[in-house]
Design a protein around this ligand. Sequence first.
Ligand code: SAM
Length: 285
Amino acid sequence: MSDASTGSLYVVATPIGNLEDLSPRAARVLGEVALVAAEDTRHTSRLLRHLGIAPAVVSLHEHNEAGRVEQIDARLAAGEDVALVSDAGTPLISDPGFVLVRELRARGRRVTPVPGACALVAALSAAGLATDRFLFNGFLPAKGGARRARLEALVEREESLVFYESPHRIEATLADLSTVFGERRLVLARELTKTFETFLDGSADELIARLEADPDQARGEFVVMVEGAAPREVGETATLEADALLASLLAEGVGVKQAAGAAARLLGGAKKTWYARAQQLKDGD
Ligand code: SAM
């Protein structure tokens, strides 16, 4: 249980390009806390100067995060508030902070989000891809083999897929997306909220051609989105494996209705459709 005499850790989102995206609440919190823990102190100092405030700032990045926990916890224990920020967007989203937040929560400290910009949410909100379900995958592995293996593991997913990518690897990643996803629709969101914000839409091969025709399109920061796999029709799902399951149940004397129920439970899809398939198999089709 957190007690009222201790401080809070505020997890504060900062802009991903456009400084107007910093919320008034974020500005107030950064001005009120005793300490700001920042991924890069120089980078954050520029933002703080822009806001006209000068709180104490310490670094918190992947190499010193574990060591900072005690120091920050001591400040909270003393009743002081601390803010956590990263270079851009929401801390912990492909950014440092997870170790600190997990540890402080385990110790019963108050951890409060101050929400704001996040590149993946900004990209999805304007891409025109389905957003009812999506799968955020962070950065893909840097090495080609591992990257393709990761993509291959995702090819059947029906959710929209979202990746972060650096300009150094965007072309290689598009080439791998072409190999793995073929003609599947992609959206490339570049330089969100900045002067040269662009959304490019098309198959991986179409996007590669666009980047080759205009190398400026390969510069900057990217969110790569891939349309989810089309939901499988039952006809497609009625693979040999599924047929084998139904056939073996029927062979054991399980009724068509029960076999359809078992297939729906095990394989998903509507019981009605499995019933029709089981009936076909029973009739020898
Ligand atoms: N914490 C951040 C967030 O909330 O989005 C993400 C940090 S991650 C280290 C940086 C990656 O986010 C970039 O390589 C890029 O893929 C994506 N990103 C950040 N800002 C972006 C922007 N303005 N436009 C497009 N992508 C951006």
